[in-house]
Write a protein that binds this ligand. Structure first.
Ligand SMILES: [Zn+2]
Length: 252
């Protein structure tokens, strides 16, 4: 969930290639329009180059209610040629494709929490990214309640998945070769694709975690939905890029 105000911050963070190149934040209409135009002009070129360090792309920043032209929460953290997708709200798969990144490239799917605005496009991403001769053949599912998300999805679509696999596609990446890291503890720290990832719980209405990505002396932090948290402040300290998910709407 996020506010209109947050959109300005998110757009500025968007398309930053490598940490340490952050731009100043300016909240005025012209600046916002310029950045929007610039982002639209450059969208197809986002993934043509491989960054030497981190790249962060705000794939969606919308509210729980569906909006035209604005996807629900999803943040892509790229480190060199590896991708870490945090949340997959509505429109994630199509937005990534518009930006030049096919779903099959996403082998690390992380979740802050299991609210529908943060996982509404998971089924599409999960199945679309696997199917076909060049589909994803391995998958890491990470975060709270991901075991339940996986089991529910596979059970519901089992006949469909078996049919598609019967067309000749390997089951790896969907029915096999899926590594599930289901969060139930207070803190996690692990390495994945050359990145040290730390995760801590943050306050929300369901189990929710924030992520910190560290590599080559740079840091990216992605929050879930949360209210004030002293733990999160110290967790995010000194990060080069912080993507903070918040909400401010008059109808709530
Ligand atoms: Zn939520």
């Amino acid at each position: 969930m996020s506010s209109k105000i947050l959109l300005f911050v998110l757009l500025i963070v968007m398309l930053i290639s490598g940490c340490g190149q952050s731009q100043s934040v300016s909240i005025d209409k012209k600046s916002y329009q310029d950045k929007t135009d610039s982002a639209q002009t450059n969208t197809t070129k986002v993934f043509e180059t491989v960054p030497k360090g981190f790249r962060v792309v705000i794939v969606g920043s919308g509210n729980p209610k569906t909006e035209v032209g604005r996807g629900a929460p999803s943040t892509l953290v790229q480190f060199k040629d590896k991708y870490f997708l945090v949340d997959s709200g509505a429109n994630t798969t199509s937005t990534l494709l518009k930006l030049g990144l096919q779903a099959e490239k996403i082998t690390n799917m992380l979740f802050t929490h299991q609210h529908v605005d943060h996982n509404g496009d998971f089924w599409n991403l999960f199945i679309d990214g696997w199917q076909g001769p060049t589909g994803r053949r391995s998958l890491n599912l990470i975060g709270p309640q991901v075991q339940e998300l996986y089991d529910t999805t596979v059970n519901f679509f089992r006949t469909d998945l078996e049919y598609r696999a019967g067309l000749g596609w390997p089951k790896d990446g969907i029915l096999t070769n899926v590594n599930i890291n289901d969060f139930t503890e207070d803190k996690y720290n692990f390495e994945l694709d050359g990145v040290n990832i730390t995760s801590i719980p943050v306050p929300h209405t369901v189990p929710t975690y924030a992520y910190r990505f560290d590599a080559k002396g740079k840091s990216v932090v992605v929050s879930g939905d949360l209210t004030y948290s002293a733990n999160f402040a110290s967790f995010a300290k000194s990060a080069e890029i912080l993507v903070f998910d918040g909400m401010l709407t008059s109808d709530f």
